[in-house]
Ligand binder design. Sequence first.
Ligand SMILES: [Zn+2]
Length: 130
Amino acid sequence: MIIRKVTESQLDLAADAARVVLTTKPKGRGFQVKVERRHLGPWQRLGFQRRADGERRRCNGVCWHGFREFMRQVYALAPDAVFVTAMIRYDGSEDFEAKHGETYHVQVGSQQADPAYYGELCECSEGWAS
Ligand SMILES: [Zn+2]
């Protein structure tokens, strides 16, 4: 995803607070940012692939809750930050709080054979609680 109106040190602080790993590259007026799980960190995301027993395999990605936490930490430091993701764009913290719930129910995976909601591809403690 692309993040603008933020500094690299703000991104690093937000990543630390959200306990995720960032790969950051300058791009245009902002940064191209990849968010991944820390080793043994929180926010376990599940992939599209299923094991022989039918359960979805784990993957290195960060789940919906982890992205939400990272974005909230960025907005705590940079309220005007702009996120451009494959699914949605947020212009500032108010826009984020108003819209981010929609992404939970975005259909991902195989539309016909094995559809999934983005927010449900998750095995983190917040996912279990909900
Ligand atoms: Zn989760």
